[in-house]
Design a binder for this molecule. Structure first.
Ligand code: F6R
Length: 602
């Protein structure tokens, strides 16, 4: 997830871009850049790291008078966070910024390279500017060339392009990634969200998927695949703080809602019709490997635990999971036929990093699943799969967990392909389920409202047990962790079948049991475990697609045919439950007491 800002008009452009990018820094901050075109002069500045570095670099640059300007703050998906990979990307006389992923960029790159184009960066984005210039050189028609370019792009994008070929214009296109146009008379702004233009523009038009066009002489020329298109603007919201959260009360809430969309980004270019492709992995990574060991902490550990069921079941490979802080001191026996996987949202967790270093010293090959490119864990690993969740601001992890679990599910299929352990029909079923995941993650008003209403009954008591079996046991652990982190109520995740071996002694009406009862995996087994608790008068909140008479409260889920779809749908329910309980208790949802987003101490 990256942030884009654009402006065309007479005001000082550098400050407009830098201020705007500052407001979008929450979307990514591994590098930033701007390009300004004034008449025949094209200026471009880029800096790695936070925006202050770009501010420093542009300290002596000012841009008065009419001109067009574009800026970008990056969260790496293709290519390392270096200056060369930072946007804007340059052709011979044009610059482009892009948010999203161009899925067919490799084919386009090949085609352009065959025509003699050289690439400076490793990004998918650079293909856009070269494609534009190729078409422009052939036609001498800047907008025609942009239109032809957009038609060649597959995937998700929000694009702004400026060029000496038409210095008084900004070309734009949107498909799948957010972008809006702000208006203040003839001054025209672009941005990935409202925040950067609040206080500057008065009216806004939120571009729709398939929209493209150009702005020139204070006018927007808008098109979609049916041709020229009219549009109407609306007043811009005025509260910046609210706008940064896109109107949600907390970042955590926003991130829960975002999961459906970011999952599309996680899968993009990786989930194909006939299998999984990871450009980042070569077959050698897996040569001679007979087992997997995963190390992680907290929520990432729960994702690891869930994936161990998938690795053994789908890829037929032994998989052990360990909490990194335990692993480090247990003098583990490591053999180099084991692939060592670390999972970390931040890539900076000290225990996970140290566990990785230990495994490397023992000669193991390593793979990290991470959300932050160029983080310490990524740099230390032989290979990395980025989760592409975008920055997660809420301390309680939500979309990071969802995307980690998705990457691990994809990896289990990728390994199954390598090891020939999966039948074609089963592979198709899994791929089909993956493609349905974004739907399973949609938060409907009815669901949120229901959880909001029933949350008032769960503010007291002497504790919560989240219970589930198989894949739903790690989800129970994660549900309990979410609740305790932000509500400060005691909660435990437990394997449903294990309750009768001790914890059932706690059962009474003040013990709240959150029962994860998927229809597609061990339903009858979990049901009898829940019946045992109900018989001891525990208060039961059942989450299931199948109605359950003994439940005191019931949340009916929609999916009932694939365990992973049930997993993701129930994950959202547990996240919302924790959120609503925390809000009712008046807690600071985004910054719970005693916790930090990145734990860089042992
Ligand atoms: C809980 C949470 C933590 C982290 C843990 C590891 O919501 O976020 O439990 O999962 O501190 O952090 P990462 O994934 O950055 O290594």
């Amino acid at each position: 997830m990256c942030g884009i800002v654009g402006y065309i008009g007479k005001k000082e452009k550098k400050e407009i871009l830098l201020d705007g990018l500052q407001d979008l820094e929450y979307r990514g901050y591994d590098s930033a850049g701007i390009a300004v075109v004034e008449g025949k002069s094209l200026q471009n500045f880029k800096a790695v790291g936070k925006l202050t570095n770009l501010r420093e670099k542009t300290r002596n640059y000012h841009s008065e008078g009419f001109g067009a300007a574009i800026g970008h703050t990056r969260w790496a998906t293709h290519g390392k966070p270096t200056e060369l990979n930072a946007h804007p990307h340059m052709g011979q006389y044009s610059y482009v910024v892009h948010n999203g992923i161009i899925e067919n960029y490799q084919a386009l790159k090949k085609e352009l390279a065959a025509e003699g184009v050289t690439f400076l960066s490793q990004t998918d984005t650079e293909t856009i500017v070269h494609l534009f210039e190729q078409y422009h050189q052939a036609s001498n028609d800047p907008f025609g060339a942009f239109e032809q370019t957009v038609k060649r792009l597959e995937g998700a994008y929000a694009i702004l392009l400026v060029s000496e070929a038409d210095p008084d214009a900004i070309f734009f296109a949107k498909n799948g990634s957010p972008m809006l146009i702000g208006f203040d008379g003839e001054e025209i702004y672009f941005a990935s969200s409202d925040t950067p233009i609040i206080g500057k523009a008065k009216e806004v038009y939120y571009l729709e998927d398939g929209d493209y066009g150009y702005v020139k002489e204070g006018k927007v020329h808008l098109f979609n695949q049916s041709g020229a298109k009219s549009y109407s603007t609306q007043p811009l919201p005025t509260d910046k703080a609210l706008a940064q959260k896109d109107g949600y009360r907390f970042f955590m809430e926003k991130e829960i809602y975002e999961q459906s969309r970011v999952m599309g980004e996680t899968m993009m270019g990786r989930v194909l019709e006939d299998g999984i492709r990871f450009e980042e992995l070569n077959d050698h990574l897996f040569e001679g490997i007979n087992a997997i060991k995963i190390c992680a902490c907290g929520t990432s550990y729960h994702s690891a635990l869930a994936s161990s069921y998938l690795f053994e079941r789908i890829a037929k490979i032994r998989c052990d999971v360990e909490i990194a802080s335990e692993f480090r001191h247990k003098e583990p026996l490591l053999t180099n036929d084991t692939l060592f996987i670390t999972i970390s949202q931040s890539g900076e967790t000290a225990d996970t990093l140290e566990a990785l270093k230990m495994a490397k010293r023992a000669g193991l090959r390593s793979l990290s699943i991470c959300n932050v490119d160029n983080s310490s864990i990524v740099r230390e690993s032989d290979a990395t799969l980025l989760t592409r969740a975008g920055i997660e601001k809420g301390v309680a992890s939500t979309k990071a967990f969802a995307t980690q679990t998705m990457v691990l599910w994809m990896l289990s299929l990728w390994i199954a392909q390598q090891r020939n352990t999966i039948e074609t029909d089963r592979l198709r079923e899994e791929l089909d389920a993956m493609l349905h995941t974004p739907k399973a993650l949609i938060v409907t008003d009815a669901l949120h409202d229901r959880i909001h209403r029933l949350s008032k009954r769960y503010l007291h008591g002497h504790g919560f047990f989240f219970i589930g079996r198989d894949l739903f046991f790690p989800l129970a652990l994660e549900g309990a962790l979410k609740l305790k982190e932000i509500s400060y109520l005691h909660a435990e995740g437990y394997p449903a079948g294990e309750m009768k071996h001790g914890p059932i002694a706690l059962a009474d009406s003040e013990l709240f049991t959150i029962a994860l009862m998927p229809a597609s995996l061990l339903y009858d087994k979990v049901k009898s475990n829940v019946e045992e608790l109900s018989a001891r008068d525990a208060t039961i909140l059942a989450i299931s697609p199948r109605p359950f008479d003994l439940a005191d409260d019931f949340i009916q889920t929609q999916y009932d045919s694939h365990p992973m779809l049930e997993f993701f749908e129930m994950m959202v329910v547990t996240q919302l439950l924790a959120l609503e309980i925390s809000i009712r208790l008046g807690n600071d949802v985004d910054m719970p007491r005693n916790l930090a987003k990145s734990v860089t101490v042992e």
